[in-house]
Design a protein around this ligand. Structure first.
Ligand SMILES: Cc1ncc(C[n+]2csc(CCOP(=O)(O)OP(=O)(O)O)c2C)c(N)n1
Length: 317
């Protein structure tokens, strides 16, 4: 388990991840946030546990479930909301209107629309680190469905044969939109690592300590020049693909079964059991996260929309 300070910080960011997304869901339901709202409920341990095992100068390539990774690096909750609202103050200056934001200054690559196109980008980043002699690691996430595309194979294979400092995380949340796991893959995802000749590890994606420790091992191998690893984190997508999707194709018992495995609750329990925090301190941290989300909503809603005179900014050709 990470030490006390780190464990507390991990919990705080997980609680913030949850609070910000709960707030965005209510904004969507009130008609304040139009378009699509994607959330990572039950992905908090994966997003934060992996990001926490990296150094600030390592390169992160998140997907639409990984808000906690952005928050870990210092993205402000209001910036995330401003992005969904298409505000001028969002990381893309309002060019996005959803979650294709990133912050290269924080070592976070913009989520590309096509998935898993962040995998080859991480491989390319790791290639640059290795050949420039920089002690840096690239970590990319993708969903179970994304592993069925060719880009996944190309990215992992070339990273393996070139021994690149990469960590590939598969967030197995049982569904790819409406496609269930059984129609996606005959084997689990960690097993596929064997075909690339790299280590594969399958962990409980609701247990932040397990995720953190698996990532630590993979990062240590990458830094030691031993090449990439693949980590399969098993969880459940507890909302629809996005908030417009009622997910009627998901058997209701699955929600009940996984409902008992809330990653934020599990992290809270681990903190208490380790003697790192009391129940009261946990409650205070949750309330602090809730207040930050409320404040973020206020700021994001009052921020200005982009104006036409800035249309040609950031156009390179
Ligand atoms: C190449 C491509 N096809 C389709 C889409 C639309 N799309 C976005 S997310 C998604 C489902 C992805 O499932 P999975 O990889 O399992 O991740 P999850 O959403 O379950 O976290 C789809 C079909 C896309 N972004 N890119």
């Amino acid at each position: 388990m990470p030490d006390r300070d780190l464990s507390i910080r991990i919990f705080q960011v997980m609680a913030l991840h949850r609070a910000v997304e709960d707030r965005m869901v209510s904004m969507y339901r009130q008609g304040e946030m139009l378009g699509s709202v994607y959330t990572g409920h039950w992905h908090e341990a994966i997003a934060v546990g992996t990001a926490a095992a990296l150094r600030p100068d390592d390169f992160l390539c998140p997907i639409h479930r990984d808000l906690g990774a952005h928050l870990w690096r210092g993205m402000e909750p209001w910036q995330v909301m401003a992005s969904f609202l298409g505000k001028a103050t969002s990381p893309t200056g309002g060019r996005d209107g959803t979650l294709h934001y990133g912050r290269l200054d924080l070592g976070i690559y913009n989520l590309p629309s096509h998935i898993p196109d962040n995998y080859p980008v991480a491989t390319g980043g790791a290639f640059a680190f290795k050949y420039r002699g920089e002690d840096r690691v690239a970590l990319a996430y993708c969903g179970d469905g994304s592993t069925s595309r060719g880009d996944f194979h190309e990215a992992v294979n070339i990273a393996a044969v070139l021994d690149l400092p990469c960590v590939f995380v598969v967030e197995n949340n049982q569904f790819a939109y409406s496609t269930p796991l059984r129609l996606q893959s005959r084997t689990d995802f960690a097993t596929k690592a064997v075909a690339y000749g790299i280590p594969g590890e399958k962990v409980d994606g609701t247990d932040v300590t397990a995720v953190y420790e698996a990532t630590e091992r993979a990062v240590a191998r990458a830094r030691a020049g031993e090449g990439p690893s693949l980590i399969e984190c098993v969880t459940m997508r507890m909302h629809g693909h996005a908030e417009h999707d009622p997910a009627d194709y998901v058997p209701r018992e699955m929600f009940e079964e996984w409902g008992a495995k809330d990653p934020v609750e599990i992290a809270a329990r681990q903190l208490v059991e380790a003697g790192h925090a009391s129940e009261d301190e946990i409650a205070a941290m949750r309330e602090q996260a809730r207040q930050k989300a409320i404040e973020a909503r206020r700021k994001a809603l009052s921020d200005p929309m982009p104006t036409p005179d800035r249309e040609e900014e950031r156009v390179y050709a």
